[in-house]
Design a protein around this ligand. Structure first.
Ligand code: 13P
Length: 340
């Protein structure tokens, strides 16, 4: 393990003004997104869509890294430049999603476990050959009124995250560890904070037990937010305060950055929450950044609709979201900017 290299890649990903584009939807997930805009999902339409994102002019000012899916890492631009090369030529670090998705956890109804550890060392070596500099593994926790997530499900998922992270660092790929508490359901913000706290406490204990170096690791958590069906609404400031408080309690200062997922928030809310955290962050030891999938791409998909004639409009929409999130990284965004 070369800790200096890991640290310098992690620091570059959370450089000022910058964050991550998560474009690592699996083929079934991107098909759902394409279905919603009436576009067909084929290897070529998926390639073209990702090319539209990656070739948008100016995004390198706000995007430090892109998480790719296996298929995309092996694809190229229309003029034959492999995507990892195209991104690195623009100063953007290519990353790769390496988990194999969440499956039902045996004997634990309602709980899931993320699979993909078998053979991971060899897959990571190949991904590194293909140009990846960092990786991502996502654990998912649903909240319900009863014993979900269970203490055992939390421990099992954090153990898997730690094994993945150690394998990444062994080969000098920066691991992004993603313990996602889902925002589906009717739970309130306090329950989200309690479950997120349990996840983070367990995660850092497992990472430490596996010898993972925090300085070369990035955390990708959910924000602390009520469930979508919760009747009690909260303010942007309440989300920012609860999220920063939770991170301050459980995330070691040695971690260079926290790159939040958007998790189904609207693009505007995701930007606003990130902005409020950066505006109030005071003496937080880590960078507070973004690793958004839907919150960066939803307006792009709506503008594109699978039509070549809409590419310029789609790229304008993408640039705007990148720029606004870049401003939110510094606490300089305001909702009024959405209309300009
Ligand atoms: P969302 O921002 O759409 O939640 O996606 C981020 C991600 O990479 C989920 O694994």
């Amino acid at each position: 393990m070369n800790i200096d290299e890991l640290k310098s890649v992690a620091d570059a990903i959370v450089a000022k003004q910058k964050g991550i584009l998560a474009a690592d939807e699996s083929s079934p997930t991107i098909k759902k997104r394409f279905d919603s805009i009436g576009a067909e999902s084929t290897e070529e339409t998926r390639r073209r869509y990702r090319e539209i994102l990656f070739t948008t002019e100016g995004i390198e000012r706000y995007i430090s890294g892109v998480i790719l899916y296996d298929e995309t890492l092996r694809q190229s631009s229309g003029d034959g430049v492999p995507f990892p090369k195209l991104l690195s030529n623009r100063g953007i670090l290519p990353g790769i999603k390496v988990d194999k998705g969440a499956k039902a956890l045996a004997l634990q109804p309602g709980n899931k476990i993320t699979e993909g550890l078998d053979g991971l060392r060899d897959r990571l070596a190949e991904y590194k050959e293909l140009g990846a500099r960092f990786a991502k593994w996502r654990a998912v926790m649903e909240i319900d009124e009863y014993n979900v997530p269970s203490a055992y499900a939390i421990r099992a998922n954090c153990h898997a995250l730690a094994r993945y992270a150690a394998l990444c660092q062994e080969i000098d790929l920066v691991p992004i560890v993603e313990p996602e508490v889902l925002m589906d359901g009717g739970h309130d913000i306090n329950r989200c904070e309690a479950v997120t706290s349990q996840m983070l406490e367990s995660l850092f204990a497992e990472l430490d037990a596996h010898g993972v170096q925090f300085e070369g690791t990035l955390l990708k958590p959910n924000m602390v937010i009520p469930g979508l069906k919760c009747p009690q609404k909260v303010s942007v400031q309440q989300v920012a305060e609860a999220t920063v408080r939770c991170m301050q309690r459980y995330v070691p200062a040695a971690v260079p950055g926290i790159v939040f997922l958007s998790g189904g928030q609207s693009p505007e809310d995701a930007t606003d929450h990130l902005n409020a955290m950066n505006a109030m962050k005071g003496n937080c030891p880590w960078q507070l950044s973004f690793s958004y999938g839907r919150a960066l791409q939803a307006p792009v998909l709506s503008a594109w609709k699978g039509q070549e004639s809409n590419v310029a409009e789609a790229q304008r929409a993408f640039f705007k979201r990148c720029q606004l999130n870049g401003l939110a990284r510094e606490g300089l965004y305001s909702r009024a900017m959405e209309d300009s």
